[in-house]
Design a protein around this ligand. Structure first.
Ligand SMILES: NC(=O)c1ccc[n+]([C@@H]2O[C@H](COP(=O)([O-])OP(=O)(O)OC[C@H]3O[C@@H](n4cnc5c(N)ncnc54)[C@H](OP(=O)(O)O)[C@@H]3O)[C@@H](O)[C@H]2O)c1
Length: 336
């Protein structure tokens, strides 16, 4: 008897005029519906990232082939493997690497993936916390590693974190605070999320409106480092507020994909703008980031910033993340 499993699927419909729409629903599939890969998993947890919001709500820009199982994060147990690196029964995780974009993703009870980007779940975290960290937390750690590689240390001054109450921002704050950095959190939700951000470790919470409108090319020098998930004018203002030789990491475009700035911070203050790409990160960088997440993220805080939902509720959460109403991280209990 063929066993079926539940999976979200995004399908494309094209009407008579040639206009395409994309809709997501829960289907019952079999292993024959999975794509190629050398490791097959029973998926236990996935999560809701901004990209998953776009995919599940039928928005363009993420899904590149149809029908597709969305979900850029998958955590599960190996049930079959052709890779020497893994054995049946291993708990593993995968972030990005095409999952939920060009390859069937984690919002399903089964997955078959390419082991080249597969990482063992750190024992100290376990499967649920690994999914709670997910792509957002992995990206957060890639950003922190870039700040460290630039040579910035806690004694150099406060670090600005934008998009603070979101998934990336929340985990950046928790990690930086644990490493001893003074953190300034920029949020559009000072009233509702200010206490939450201070509990994560922010020492100051500012209204994102201070950064969102066009400002002077060079502003007073405040931060040796900025971790930005917002882009657009916010990132331009953040660059203008870096101290001499400082660094801004850029991973997201919650405000916009534009960068309407000037050369001044680069040529007069020698600042660095470092792009962060989690999707194509090589295995060595993935393993480095996950090892650091296992040691440098306070799991009590991680639990506090995590909300658990069932598989069927993924689209409601997708709608909420696109409206900016979620905070922290949302994990999907794929078996519930
Ligand atoms: N480069 C990569 O590999 C990579 C990996 C993961 C994520 N990302 C990107 O990073 C960004 C953040 O991801 P996430 O998972 O943290 O998403 P998220 O949970 O939706 O958080 C985004 C946060 O950005 C802020 N924001 C939203 N709209 C804004 C606006 N118009 N102006 C200024 N701030 C705004 C909000 O924070 P407040 O409510 O605190 O203001 C929101 O919570 C997204 O663009 C995502 O696609 C990129």
């Amino acid at each position: 008897m063929t066993t079926t499993f539940r999976a979200w699927q995004v399908e494309k419909q094209t009407d008579a005029s040639g206009t395409a729409t994309h809709t997501a629903s829960v289907s019952h599939l079999t292993d024959d519906d999975l794509m190629d890969g050398d490791v097959t998993l029973d998926v236990s947890w996935s999560s809701i990232n901004y990209k998953d919001g776009l995919a599940l709500m039928g928005k363009p820009g993420v899904v590149r082939t149809w029908p597709l199982i969305p979900g850029i994060d998958a955590v599960g147990t190996v049930t079959a493997t052709e890779s020497d690196r893994f054995q049946v029964g291993d708990e593993v995780l995968m972030n990005g690497a095409g999952l939920g974009e060009s390859h069937h993703g984690g919002l399903a009870e089964r997955a078959r993936v390419d082991s080249a980007s597969l990482v063992r779940v750190p024992e100290s975290l376990g499967a649920k916390r690994a999914a709670a960290i997910g792509t957002a937390g992995f990206t957060a750690m890639l950003s922190v590693l870039a700040v460290e590689r630039h040579g910035v240390s806690p004694g150099d001054g406060p670090v600005l974190v934008t998009g603070a109450a979101g998934g990336v921002g929340s985990i950046v704050i928790a990690v930086l605070a644990r490493l001893g950095f003074e953190v300034v959190a920029s949020t559009g939700r000072v009233d509702s999320q200010g206490d939450y951000l201070r509990r994560l470790g922010a020492s100051t919470v500012i209204d994102r409106a201070e950064l969102s409108d066009a400002g002077k090319p060079l502003q007073s020098q405040k931060y040796p480092a900025v971790v930005d998930a917002v882009g657009s004018t916010t990132l331009v203002n953040a660059l203008a507020q870096l101290t001499y030789g400082g660094i801004a990491t850029a991973c997201g475009l919650a405000q916009g994909a534009d960068l309407p700035g000037t050369m001044m911070p680069f040529i007069l203050r020698g600042v660095t703008l470092a792009g962060i790409n989690s999707v194509d990160a090589p295995l060595s960088r993935r393993e480095e980031a996950w090892a650091r997440l296992a040691t440098d993220l306070n799991t009590d805080l991680l639990d506090e910033l995590t909300t658990r939902i069932a598989l069927a509720d993924a689209r409601d959460a997708a709608d909420q993340i696109l409206q900016g109403k979620l905070h922290g991280r949302t994990v999907v209990d794929v078996r519930a």
